[in-house]
Structure formats: C-alpha cells, structure tokens
Write a protein that binds this ligand. Structure first.
Ligand SMILES: [Zn+2]
Length: 295
C-alpha cells in the first residue's frame, strides 16, 4: 500500500494491491467467489482507511444487508494489518447478466454501513450511512461524502482465477483536501473516469504506484509512504475466553453439566480454541469474583 499526495497538496490518495491478503481471507473462511469479492473489496478499503489512522487506533467497518451474505465485518489498524469475515461465507449467486461480473451488490442487498473508529478515547466514533448499491466502493464513497464531508472516489476490485483462488485484488481511495481547487478536482475526476474497471487495471499487473500515477496524472504525485498489507488476526485465548464468559452464568453451568470440552472459533480467522470443563469452571469462578457475569 502506498500513500501519496499531489504536489500542490490539494489531493491525497491511498492505493493498494491485496492479493495475498484476500487469498488468506478466502482460505480461512472458505468463501465462495462472490463473497471473496465482497469481503476482498471491504478488506482492501478497510486497509486503506486504517492507514488514515494514527498509532494504536483501530477501525471497524460493518455492513448489514438484506442480501444472502447478511453481513460483513472488517477491522484494520494503521499499519496495514486487516482482518474480516462474512456472516454467510458460502453464498453462491449466478454471474450478473448486465456486466458479467460477480454480483456483490446482489449478495449484500440493501442495508447500512457502520464505521467504528476506536481512537483511544472513552467512546468510539461511530458513523452510519445507508448502502448505495452494496458494491462496497460506491458505499464507501458515499460514507466519506455524507458522514465525513470529504469528497472522495473509491475504486476496488477482486479478480478470481478459474479455480476460485484470488488472482488479483486492490484499489484506491482518492480524497480532496480542504481548499482543493476546481481545477484539481476536475483533473482527478477525468483520471478516475478513464479507469473503467479496477479489476481490468489489476489484470494488467498495475502496482499501487502505477495506480497513483494514473489517478493523479497531471498533478505531480509525490509518494511518501509505502507499507505492506496483510491479513492478520490478533485473537488470543484470553480474548476468546471473554466471549465465552459473555454467554452468562446459566449457559456456562449447562456447558459444565454437559461435561465435554468447549470449542470456540475466532470469527475473524477461524482459529479454534478449546476449553476443558475445568477451564470453563475456572472462568466462571473468576468472572463471578470480578462481578462481570450476567445471569
Ligand atoms: Zn482470530
């Protein structure tokens, strides 16, 4: 992923290629092609939006829709680490007739996009907008315009191999900074319009630097940061045990009564954590002591 700005400082851009990141998500969650595309676009957008943060800040993008995938969640930090999952990872939809593309909008449907920014303050920042078409890029563009008042253009693409692994993935977010002139805006609009499909430029093997040069053509782009992007989950036994405790005393007791080990999978990476009956008893005792247990 690279971040760059026009020489006049009026426009900034993030561009990324994310094939390995999206392929890791596909493998972890065994996603169908249309869900790989949906999740891959959101992971790519999330990684770039994460790079807009500072330090230990974190960002979560949550889509809820009435389409068959039901929902997608992606969390990213400021350092190119991103993780995510789909509520229904195995949805199969026919290729869309009008453009012969994977029907991401059909899988997502109508709904909302929620952006939660944990900036280390007492309360997180939460922004919510309606989905425009469920194709992810347009939904993020609308979010930036309506919730953050930053005129932006977002392009995202995921290209699959015939065997349903990820061939290419990537995209860009270009934003007008305060005081951007009509002239700069019009140059960017023309350049973005020339990119008919992000998937096509990825197929041509374009790098993030190439994408920056295409979108900021004529504005003398200056690339000032470059960082790797990876699918990385920070789950741990401790975090997962908190999820287990959250089911409450009654449920925990019935798990103990069943007398079998409990397996919980991390929803972000599918890693399985096993708790023995003794572990569950211990967690229950500790939670009772600390008083954070519901009945
Ligand atoms: Zn995990």
């Amino acid at each position: 992923m690279v971040r760059a700005a026009s020489k006049n400082g009026e426009v900034r851009i993030f561009a990324a290629t994310t094939r390995d990141t999206v392929e890791e998500a596909r493998k972890d969650h065994n996603t169908s092609p249309v869900i790989t595309a949906a999740l891959g676009r959101l992971l790519t957008g999330g990684a770039m939006m994460g790079a807009m943060l500072k330090g230990d800040d974190k960002l979560t993008l949550q889509i809820r829709g009435d389409g068959p995938v039901k929902g997608l969640t992606v969390t990213a930090d400021a350092n190119g680490n991103v993780k995510g999952f789909a509520l229904e990872p195995e949805v199969i939809l026919p290729i869309r007739e009008k453009d012969h593309k994977l029907d991401v909008g059909g899988a997502v449907g109508n709904g909302t996009l929620q952006i939660i920014k944990d900036l280390g303050l007492k309360d997180p920042y939460i922004g919510q907008t309606q989905l425009v078409n469920g194709e992810i890029a347009e939904d993020l563009t609308y979010y930036f315009a309506s919730s953050e008042q930053v005129p932006s253009a977002v392009g995202l693409g995921v290209l699959m191999n015939k065997n349903n692994t990820v061939r290419e993935a990537g995209g860009f977010i270009v934003q007008m900074l305060p005081g951007a002139t009509e002239e700069s805006i019009s140059v960017v609009e023309k350049n973005v319009a020339k990119i008919h499909s992000v998937t096509d430029i990825l197929r041509e093997g374009k790098t993030p630097e190439d994408i920056v040069n295409m979108v900021l053509d004529g504005l003398e782009p200056n690339i000032y940061t470059s960082m790797p992007v990876q699918f990385k989950c920070d789950c741990s036994e401790e975090k997962v045990s908190r999820v287990l405790i959250s089911i409450g005393e009654k449920e925990l007791n019935s798990l103990i009564d069943e007398g079998k080990p409990v397996e919980i999978k991390c929803e972000f990476c599918e890693k399985a954590y096993t708790f023995s009956v003794e572990d569950v008893k211990e967690l229950l005792t500790e939670a009772k002591k600390s008083g954070n247990l519901r009945a």
